[in-house]
Design a protein. Structure first.
Length: 432
């Protein structure tokens, strides 16, 4: 596995963009494929996960042209009814979003399909998707009764039926899969969550001409509505920006601007948490791009103090918790992260991975059933750490390495290609 050596850096300064939003890039390809007409996507994330989504829909006969240099994808949508039976396995690689959203599409289709991914996907729970889809009448086979990959869909014999479903845990992937199945079902599908997860699906379906009702934490959609193609401009990914934000928040003298970043309120929990810690972070040039709020984010290094994060904030920063834990090591006092048991089911168990690797670097950290407790500030010391082949773990510990004394080696650093292919290059440019 590829490794990167990190040493303490000088201040991060200047202005940069960040790669396109992963969640929005996946959805743009999928919704473009099931829409009628041509969808052009700009600012598409050139990451491994999103390329798997393109490949899967190409295998279902959708013409998709991807110009990697331009970051442009052109999709010739064929409608739900225009997808073809794939002649090969639909391989999602490392991508949970691809498999879970795609299952919501596949269960409404008349043909046979098999989906699987890498070792990490094989360990991730699929019951959260297959159980409610079965309640809609979906036929699903798979390992351990369809709760783990590989999963086979024999092809629907009867139309799906809409359901009313309360999600056991907030999850945009599950919510989106049910809405996509709901669009192919008879009647209405209603999805409720205790806390609101990211709402890119709701926003983009509306933009594609679907009537969708959103009321508080409840979303409903009636079956049989077609999607109309439309162009999508993908903003920068706030989850990728979070690594640079974190670095600038803790590396002495930093002053950084990130332009054109998505600041959808269902995704800005990390900014709120950083501000609550006394961090200096502001939005400028706020505007709306393809139905999504976008801004430039300006961040300056400032001493931080500890906070407790829990409840409805957690789904709003779920992917940022590993790097949040890194900045918590530099904050004064006890930082408590709770209600985040979901972290165990990400690309790796992110509670264990974050705690064990932070400890390697000398942090005072304790893993709990549903989160982490971190005492700060501590001086971190460079160490040999592993990404566990999880992009966000590798990048979080790279940020830790920037403030550690002595050298840090990140094993499995290539995992960053999943969501931030030029991560190491960008960091180098900003600290020159
Ligand atoms: C995503 C939803 C979240 C997030 C993942 C992307 C999405 O997962 O962690 O990185 O694009 O819908 P859950 O739905 O499992 O919370």
């Amino acid at each position: 596995m590829d490794k990167q050596t990190i040493t303490a850096t000088s201040a991060l300064r200047g202005s940069t963009t960040v790669p396109g939003d992963k969640s929005i890039s996946h959805r743009a390809v999928m919704f473009g494929a099931i829409a009628h007409g041509r969808t052009t996507v700009s600012g598409f994330l050139d990451g491994e996960d999103c390329r798997q989504t393109i490949a899967c829909f190409q295998k279902m006969g959708v013409a998709i042209h991807y110009d990697r240099n331009q970051g442009k994808v052109v999709i010739e949508g064929k409608g739900f009814e225009g997808l073809n039976e794939p002649s090969e396995l639909l391989d999602v690689g490392n991508s949970g979003t691809t498999i879970r959203l795609m299952l919501g599409i596949l269960v409404g289709q008349p043909y046979f399909s098999v989906v699987a991914g890498d070792e990490s996907i094989a360990k991730r729970p699929m019951a959260r998707i297959t159980e409610p889809l079965r309640l809609m009448g979906a036929q699903i086979h798979g390992r351990r009764d369809g709760t783990y990959t590989p999963i086979a869909i024999p092809g629907r014999e009867h139309p799906l039926t809409g359901i009313e479903y309360q999600l056991p845990v907030a999850s945009a992937q599950v919510k989106s899969a049910l809405l996509l199945a709901g669009l192919q079902a008879q009647g209405k599908t209603i999805v409720r969550e205790e806390y609101r997860s990211r709402d890119h699906t709701e926003r983009m379906l509306q933009a594609f001409g679907v009537n969708i009702d959103v009321s508080g934490n409840e979303v409903s959609v009636s079956g049989g509505q077609p999607l109309q193609a439309r162009d999508v401009d993908v903003p920068g990914d706030i989850s990728s920006a979070a690594f640079l934000l974190a670095a600038a928040a803790i590396v002495k003298g930093s002053d950084l601007r990130m332009t054109n970043v998505g600041v959808n309120p269902t995704r800005t929990g990390f900014i709120d948490a950083l501000a609550a810690m006394g961090g200096d972070v502001t939005f400028e040039n706020e505007r709306v791009l393809s139905g999504e709020p976008v801004a430039d984010i300006v961040v300056r290094e400032k001493p931080l103090h500890a906070v407790t994060i829990s409840g409805s904030l957690i789904p709003r920063l779920i992917d940022e918790i590993p790097v949040f834990a890194v900045i918590a090591t530099q904050a004064k006092g006890r930082t408590v992260i709770k209600d985040a048991a979901e972290l165990k089911f990400k690309e790796t168990n992110r509670i264990d991975a974050t705690a064990s690797q932070l400890r390697q670097m000398g942090a005072n950290v304790q893993a709990t059933e549903d989160g982490l407790i971190i005492e700060g500030p501590t001086t971190l010391t460079g160490a040999e750490v592993s990404s566990f082949n999880d992009h966000r773990i590798g990048m979080a510990f790279t940020i830790a390495g920037l403030i550690a004394k002595e050298e840090t080696t990140i094993h499995g650093a290539q995992a960053s290609a999943v969501s931030f292919p030029k991560f190491y290059k960008t960091l180098r440019l900003l600290s020159e």
